[in-house]
Design a protein around this ligand. Structure first.
Ligand SMILES: [Zn+2]
Length: 250
């Protein structure tokens, strides 16, 4: 596959991803902020957070993935239907989705605890009375919520939209015994904020030289497709993947 062909595929995927970013960024922003607000209201008691993040991930994956399940339109094997995709997301939610949601919520909880500790120490150092310290903590939580939510929501939305798209495209390629017909190539892409990663560039070069069987992991990262891996490989990664027919007709 030529560099131009790869760039075209990446551009197309990226245009589709970008359409989805703003909506989910807003939703995660609201979700994270609501937890700081709840903590502020409840203080000095502990707030009860509803488990909203897993629901958000579910709707994000189901919605975004639909735009990526049509990769085989022009070949003899068929794509994933909407219902099959929903089923795949439900499976994913049980382990990976659940872990992601837990991670997101834990990070929020940890930061809320840190904020309270910091304000408490500052208030005691300044010799403030406990009603004043309580008010300061409540205000600090509201403030901190706005700052942190804006920053984290952007990153989470970007990561999960890309993850949903890559998973849907991969599942679609695999459907209908796709592994018999297709190999895959890693396509390195950039994200808004970050540089390209050397490992992912190597992965692209390696798989472009010798396409990887669809049902085997990529040879350098050991991942099945970009964004299916540990956070260190996934956060700020803008890569996608392409599929090539195993035995192109001569
Ligand atoms: Zn990457």
């Amino acid at each position: 596959m030529t560099a131009l062909e790869r760039e075209k595929i990446w551009q197309k995927d990226n245009r589709t991803r970008r359409k989805h970013f703003p909506k989910w960024q807003k939703k995660f922003n609201k979700d994270i902020r609501s937890k700081y607000l709840a903590a502020s209201k409840a203080y000095p008691k502990k707030p009860k957070f509803p488990k909203t993040t897993i629901k958000l991930l579910e709707s994000l994956y189901k919605e975004v993935g639909r735009d990526f399940t049509n990769i085989k339109k022009r070949t003899k094997s068929s794509d994933l239907t909407g219902r099959e995709w929903d089923k795949s997301v439900n499976e994913w939610l049980k382990k990976e989705g659940f872990e992601k949601a837990t991670d997101i919520e834990l990070t929020t909880n940890e930061d809320i605890k840190r904020t309270i500790k910091r304000e408490l120490a500052a208030g005691q150092d300044a010799g403030l009375g406990s009603p004043q310290i309580t008010r300061n903590i409540q205000n600090a939580l509201k403030q901190q919520g706005m700052v942190i939510a804006a920053f984290r929501a952007e990153r989470i939305a970007r990561t999960e939209v890309i993850g949903a798209g890559n998973k849907a495209s991969f599942d679609s390629a695999m459907s209908d015994n796709g592994a018999e017909d297709f190999d895959k190539i890693w396509i390195q892409g950039r994200t808004v904020r970050t540089q390209r990663r050397q490992r992912h560039l190597d992965e692209m070069r390696d798989s472009n030289n010798k396409p990887v069987p669809l049902d085997k992991p990529f040879r350098i990262t050991g991942m099945m497709h970009p964004h299916k891996g540990p956070a260190s490989e996934v956060v700020n990664c803008g890569c996608t993947q392409a599929y090539v027919e195993k035995n192109p007709p001569k």
